[in-house]
Design a protein around this ligand. Structure first.
Ligand SMILES: C[S@@+](CC[C@H](N)C(=O)[O-])C[C@H]1O[C@@H](n2cnc3c(N)ncnc32)[C@H](O)[C@@H]1O
Length: 267
């Protein structure tokens, strides 16, 4: 399966994804992943940025609200249509385009920074996507991305729960077998049945890489690792959103910032 075929799966899920995430059911994004990503993000005010795999644009808008000049791409035209619709209603100056991370339609050294919120692990050509991010960065610019944690989003995974239904461990296996497009069918677990009514499940192709594969690809692409985080929810967050208790047991997400060597133009 190549990136274009993957894109067709995402396009088919884009309406339901947009509806449910805008209704607040992407709780791991809203309560954990995005706040942690933004806490790790360097100052971007006045910088030009590219957001790769922007979906319906929720996180892109947060970058623009930090006064970055943001361009955003997604392979799904349905997601980009939803993102543009909000941009028309509440303009933030975001330039959305339909494009693939594997073939970015930008000249070399265009951007001060590149972000990819939970999208790089959905692209089969991992090496080409990283090489493209590197190519379009100015020397001294950075790539910051989040992915599902390779150690805990494995081909085999099962939540082990106690008598109170609390997760006390995650059983993982088959870590070294790279998934290359196996389809998972799911909807946001936090969405109640009435919100899911009439919606088809997302069908998302999975591509898994080990931690060493990710790090070595970054190194081979000539990125310098700068920061790594494994966010977890606070007790307070779990009180507000009990569905997220399992994310306190192991790291569900991995956040990495890496820099393109060279004379930095950044503060
Ligand atoms: C898990 S969603 C994340 C969306 C958004 N960044 C967010 O955090 O809400 C993954 C996104 O990656 C996009 N995507 C998958 N393959 C892509 C590719 N080759 N180029 C650009 N976007 C891609 C999908 O269409 C989808 O919008």
């Amino acid at each position: 399966m190549d990136h274009e075929e993957v894109g067709r799966f995402w396009n088919d899920s884009a309406d339901a994804w947009t509806k449910l995430s805008r209704a607040g059911y992407d709780v791991y994004r809203d309560y954990l992943n995005t706040p942690a990503f933004l806490a790790m993000l360097p100052e971007v005010e006045g910088l030009s940025g590219l957001d790769i795999g922007c979906g319906e644009g929720h996180n892109t808008r947060l970058l623009a609200q930090r006064r970055a000049m943001v361009t955003a791409i997604d392979i799904s035209e349905v997601f980009i249509a939803h993102a543009n619709q909000l941009e028309e209603q509440e303009p933030l100056g975001i330039d959305y385009r339909v494009a693939s991370a594997v073939e970015l339609p930008f000249a070399d050294a265009t951007f001060d920074f590149v972000t990819a919120f939970m999208s790089l692990m959905d692209i089969p050509e991992t090496d080409r996507a990283l090489a493209e991010a590197h190519r379009v960065l100015k020397p001294g610019g950075f790539l910051q991305f989040s992915i599902t944690h390779p150690c805990f989003d494995t081909p085999h995974r099962r939540n082990l729960r106690d008598e109170n239904r609390l997760t006390y461990a995650i059983e993982v296996g088959d870590y070294f077998r790279n998934l290359e497009g196996e389809i998972t069918e799911w909807l946001f677990g936090a969405a109640p049945p009435e919100a899911k009514q009439g919606l088809s499940k997302f069908k998302t192709p999975r591509f898994t890489r080990t931690v060493s594969q990710w790090l070595n690809l970054l190194i081979e692409t000539s990125f310098q690792l700068e920061r790594v985080e494994e966010p977890r929810p606070s007790d307070e967050t779990v009180r507000d959103c009990p569905d997220m208790q399992d994310a306190q047991v192991v790291a569900y997400f991995l956040h990495i910032r890496a820099r393109k060597p060279g004379q930095t133009t950044l503060a």
